[in-house]
Ligand binder design. Sequence first.
Ligand SMILES: NC(=O)C1=CN([C@@H]2O[C@H](COP(=O)(O)OP(=O)(O)OC[C@H]3O[C@@H](n4cnc5c(N)ncnc54)[C@H](O)[C@@H]3O)[C@@H](O)[C@H]2O)[C@@H](O)CC1
Ligand SMILES: [K+]
Length: 456
Amino acid sequence: MRAAEQVVFDREPDVDLMGRAAAEVARVAAAVAPEGAVLVVVGPGNNGGDGLFAAALLAEHRPVFVWLTGGSGHAAGREAARRAGATEVDAVGALQSLADSALVIDAVLGLGSRGGLPLAVATFAEACAAAAVPVLSVDLPSGLVADQGLLPGASFSAAHTVTFAALKACHVQEPAASRCGRLHVADIGVDVPAATLRQAEESDIARWWPTPGATSDKYARGVVMLDTGSEHYPGAALLTVAGALNSGAGMARYTGRVASGLILTRFPSTVIGEGRAQALVLGSGWGETDGAEGRVANARLHALPTVVDADALYSLPEERLDGWLLTPHAGELARLLGCTRSHVEAHPLSCVRELARHSGAAVLLKGATQFVAEPSGRVTLAVAGPAWTAQAGSGDVLAGICGTLLAAGLPAWQAGVVGASVQAIAAARNPGPYPPDQLAARLPETIAALTAGAGG
Ligand SMILES: NC(=O)C1=CN([C@@H]2O[C@H](COP(=O)(O)OP(=O)(O)OC[C@H]3O[C@@H](n4cnc5c(N)ncnc54)[C@H](O)[C@@H]3O)[C@@H](O)[C@H]2O)[C@@H](O)CC1
Ligand SMILES: [K+]
């Protein structure tokens, strides 16, 4: 963000980015709390400056109180707020006026935050939560650190967060993300580089879903060929086929080592054995079977977009895997990168980017927050869902869904985002502890409802 802002300042030295940021904050404040007093809590830096200029705009129309938590704040902002009629209060005054406030604007710390809050501010943040007064945070809930998902100490819990130009890691990575409330990404004329972070929304998934056209046949829909499951994990084969068929594969071919009778009893439309296909799924439920390398190399010969899951991830060919989708969870990603699981959990963005850049494949990192990185560095977050899907077998279903989407022609990153999102959406629409096969059975109705309004 700082580099992107510098580009704007170099091009246009007099640009008033703070004025634009403050105007966006004031606009959202007016939308979420149209009347009543506003209490603006101000820190020592430019985040406080945004808050003070927003206070000045709001004070034209309604009572505004300003608490300078460090005793001072952005000088020009302070002058503007004063002139517009805002009233300065101290820590005691801030706590007293809380009960009569319709909204608190948290402009204590932003990009410059080292994490945590000074004691008086931490106490105030708790009081906001106890009094159930909604908090609108400027850029990020103060106390968080912009490029981290961890909670370094006390922080505000926002109902709304207005951030600028692009999402930051703290907005999307748990547990920090849950402190941000509803996110508003304001355009203040700062262009962020392409290697950025985006959050997919339900409407994107509906739009990107490969709904069959009037003339589509099973080959146009996409044939997915699955080498999944093993003697030890026969269920994984069934779950991947369930994912593939319930998300609309034109045909599922099964080439793995699980008895065909078992597959056909559950999924009679499955075709057993190799044949024409548009995408492959490998690895789910292989366990530590011998011959993984050979099977992955064999898949490579098909020259098809491939989903690589679970144990197949450890037998990746050395060459660039353009068009492939790797689907590790944190533990698998850690093993692939030679680091610890806790390192991946603390730095998911850089880790998922590293594997994508290094392999040439798109990488879907599964977990509470699901990230899809492209080799370019761009990361797209899947739509979030309830934690009910954190269950053995969900990943197998997901691999099957992603195989169907690759076979339908979606690029690997998009197949990862759409697959992970549709599973989350299905779980959100069917709350409760559904086992993964039963949730897979709910995919058709979820997809039908999702795409109904999307114009086919
Ligand atoms: N750079 C720009 O051009 C723009 C910046 N904007 C705003 O400016 C913010 C960044 O401003 P700053 O760089 O001044 O940084 P901040 O306003 O986040 O705060 C920096 C100050 O807080 C202190 N601090 C950090 N962590 C602390 C802690 N835990 N406890 C107590 N004090 C702590 C630092 O020592 C420093 O004095 C952005 O978040 C955004 O709100 C916007 O106005 C848009 C344009
Ligand atoms: K803030």
